[in-house]
Design a binder for this molecule. Structure first.
Ligand code: HEC
Ligand code: HEC
Length: 238
């Protein structure tokens, strides 16, 4: 890395941090304070799309409308090491639990439309296998249906289970892979790690292809309560 590039990166990081900190603008002509959370979280939307909507293409996850408890858990995981992403970790390192909680609450309450999904990236037989695994699981492998925890409409559940639709295929595959190799960890007992152990690589790919090709029917998560998860979970339901 050249010195100039390093300097530019440091400067960019500083601008992001100042915005998150709600810094005052320096110009006397326009003295104003970045006071609303929508303004303060503009650095987040540089990557996650306007208002945190992302897009079904590429790799970035949508954050708008996800359960507040889920977003809160993820922000702390990036800051503290349960999830790995150096950019997110640097940005969040100086922020307190209370501020992360506020940021999570801000994105969680945004009820915004979803764009249509990407065209399916797999042949019909693979998509059918993916749908079957999501809705019914695979008793031979003791794999529960994904819908048993993520909701029948796959829209997630309060307080902290995320929905599975409206995410890029590569992101879904990336997360399943990260649980498989221990780079992503949720609170113990980590039920998603167990789910992933029971999923072959081909099945993970089928599931991701099918999920990514589905339109979003219900944009906000289900209420808390409902049936207990088929595997005990340290996060998501409490
Ligand atoms: C430099 C680009 C970048 C910036 C800036 C950024 N993020 Fe991220 N964010 C990512 C990437 C990439 C991922 C996926 C990481 C992974 O693979 O686990 C992610 C993941 C997340 C997730 C997890 C979503 C999920 O569904 O589990 C949350 C929540 C999140 N970011 C919130 C934020 C917030 C809030 C900010 C601003 C404080 C922010 N991000 C700034 C790139 C960015
Ligand atoms: C026993 C309950 C349970 C089952 C069954 C389950 N999940 Fe999950 N899943 C969770 C919980 C809880 C989380 C949130 C973990 C955390 O806090 O990081 C989660 C998170 C995820 C995420 C991360 C979403 C994001 O935005 O990053 C993906 C992807 C996922 N699950 C996919 C699946 C798939 C695919 C299946 C079916 C093969 C499945 N899950 C079955 C409980 C479950």
């Amino acid at each position: 890395m050249t010195a100039t590039f390093a300097l530019a990166r440091t400067a960019a990081a500083l601008v992001l941090l100042l915005a998150l900190a709600g810094a005052r603008a320096q110009s006397p002509a326009a003295p104003r304070v970045l006071d609303s959370l929508a303004e303060r979280t503009l650095p987040c939307t540089a990557c996650h799309g306007a208002q945190g909507r992302a897009s079904p293409a590429g790799y970035l996850p949508r954050i708008a409308g996800k359960p507040a408890g889920y977003l809160d858990n993820q922000l702390r995981a990036f800051r503290d090491g349960g999830r790995e992403h150096s950019g997110m970790a640097h940005l969040l390192a100086p922020l307190s639990d209370a501020y992360l909680h506020e940021i999570a609450g801000h994105f969680a309450q945004l009820e915004l439309p979803y764009p249509p999904p990407e065209p399916p990236a797999a042949p019909p037989a693979v998509l059918a296998r993916g749908e079957q695994l999501v809705r019914q699981g695979d008793p031979a492998r003791r794999l529960p249906a994904c819908t048993s925890c993520h909701g029948a409409a796959m829209n997630g559940r309060l307080p902290a289970v995320p929905g599975l639709l409206g995410l890029p295929r590569d992101y879904l595959l990336g997360q399943l892979g990260a649980w498989g190799n221990g780079l992503r960890r949720a609170a113990t007992p980590d039920c998603m790690a167990q789910v992933v152990q029971r999923l072959s690589a081909d099945d993970a790919s089928a599931v991701a292809s099918w999920l990514a090709s589905q339109p979003v029917v219900r944009t906000m998560p289900e209420a808390a309560g409902g049936p207990a998860p088929p595997i005990d979970c340290g996060s998501g339901f409490r």
